[in-house]
Design a protein around this ligand. Structure first.
Ligand code: SUG
Length: 441
């Protein structure tokens, strides 16, 4: 086989679903709790997500997308003893907000991905996250697995595993707690699995520790990663208890650069850097101290939930939520960041993602990073790599089908279910994904 070439990171963004709403379902996620029961605007949310994807295209990057999920999922209703004939208006309020959630949009939680450059069988490995800590998110894995198998179905190149078993000791939130440090995307990388809880730890301090150490260890082994290229780091309890329910709220990695808050990890910066440099000599930390940006401001604005991407000219861009402008310390930090010469971050872009942010989902939550070579990109199935033409079709599709106002009461409207299914049916044709959804089978 010729040597693989054309390595690139492809971000697969979750397309926001038609039932996007604010139900306050996520303990430990301050934005989710503080916006509970507010009215949402699914149309604006989906268009804001598409605008971010458009920015990525304009930066010369390759952008993919993952479809929203059918809500409610009839198999979940059946598990809850609710036959489809009962109708969404008959589902009790508390269950209804769970089964109608559009939370699959945060694809950083869809799966953990290991590029083929790092795996024993030279295939790209994907493990869908079981998301079992928070009830509404635990409904996502079956449809996530189906979507990933529809897109990454070519087993010569890709292995889509089963989610880990449904026990708390394997609780797994996917790529939001996983990073890869590497000289360049296509070189062998060092994997950072971050966990909140070890086997004998309690599930909660002040807030739930969603990621179990055993999850990362099991995934690293099943993907065939070289043991000396894997680090398992504990999240700092201070960060979780301040509201960093996933590590990607306080740290983001791109190639050699780890951009993080000093309170992100329980491991000290010196030890972390020493471990990373064993295999990636150019690894560098861009550490933000509490004095520069207090942890609360970092979590409140989602400074570190930015996307850090390598541009075609080799520089790096930080794509941040425009909430960073709401706080003096983050605004000041970013003003001086692009001026600094001691790291490759050469530009900062801010995006209005406030619809998603009110649920605690920033730019980095909305995307799943998949490093692929050219052959792998051509082996993808479906029309899921964004072009300007597809983007325009998707914008028109959102305008046609999405409501611009959704309250908790509206979630019980049977018409919303019909409208959503009609929209998804049309989407599978646009994305050429076949009969993906339960209602299509
Ligand atoms: O799991 N919010 C999501 C946000 C996920 C953000 N992802 C990353 N950090 N990678 C969660 O807490 C809120 C839903 C509601 O309250 O309606 C929610 O599910």
């Amino acid at each position: 086989m010729p040597a693989a070439s054309g390595w690139r990171e492809v971000n697969f963004d979750g397309l926001v679903g038609p039932t996007h709403n604010y139900a306050g379902l996520s303990a430990g996620n301050k934005a989710s709790l503080s916006n509970a029961k507010a009215a949402s605007n699914p149309r604006a949310a989906a268009l804001q997500g598409l605008a971010k994807m458009k920015l990525m295209l304009s930066l010369g990057l390759t952008q993919g997308l993952l479809p929203p999920q059918q809500r409610p999922d009839p198999r979940i209703l059946a598990q809850l003893g609710l036959p489809p004939s009962a109708g969404i208006d008959r589902v009790p309020d508390d269950l209804r907000s769970m089964v109608m959630s559009a939370s699959a949009m945060w694809t950083a939680n869809a799966a953990t991905v290991s590029p083929s450059a790092d795996t024993a069988d030279s295939r790209l490995h994907i493990t869908p996250a079981n998301l079992l800590t928070i009830a509404h998110r635990s409904f996502e894995p079956p449809q996530t697995t189906a979507a990933l198998r529809a897109i990454f179905g070519n087993e010569d190149f890709f292995a889509v595993h089963e989610p880990l078993p449904g026990h708390a000791c394997f609780s797994d939130e996917g790529a939001a707690n996983h990073n890869r440090v590497v000289g360049g995307h296509g070189e062998p990388g060092t994997h950072l699995f971050v966990f909140g809880r070890d086997a004998n730890d309690d599930i909660g301090g002040r807030f739930p520790r969603r990621q179990a150490n055993l999850a990362g260890r099991t995934i690293a082994d099943s993907h065939g990663l070289a043991p000396d290229r894997v680090l398992h780091l504990r999240q700092s309890a201070a960060a979780i208890d301040a509201g960093a329910f996933h590590n990607d709220v306080v740290a983001v990695v791109n190639e050699t650069v780890v951009f993080h808050h000093e309170d992100a990890f329980a491991t000290s910066s010196e030890v972390l850097l020493e471990q990373l440099r064993r295999h990636v000599p150019a690894a560098q930390l861009v550490t933000v101290t509490s004095e520069q940006v207090p942890l609360d401001a970092a979590i409140g604005t989602y400074l570190f939930n930015s996307q850090l991407v390598t541009l075609p000219d080799g520089g790096m861009a930080l794509v941040a939520p425009d909430n960073v402008n709401d706080h003096e310390s983050t605004r000041r930090y970013l003003d001086q960041l692009s001026a600094g010469a001691d790291h490759p971050i050469s530009s900062v872009h801010t995006m209005n993602l406030r619809q998603s942010m009110r649920n605690g989902g920033g730019p980095a939550c909305l995307r799943l990073r998949v490093v692929m070579n050219e052959q792998e990109r051509s082996a993808l199935q479906g029309n899921v790599l964004l072009t300007p033409a597809l983007l325009a079709e998707l914008e028109a599709w959102v305008e046609r089908h999405y409501r611009d106002h959704l309250t908790p009461d509206d979630l019980g409207d049977p018409l919303l279910v019909d409208e959503s299914n009609r929209a998804l049916d049309e989407l599978t044709q646009l994305l050429q994904l076949g009969a993906l959804y339960p209602f299509q089978r």
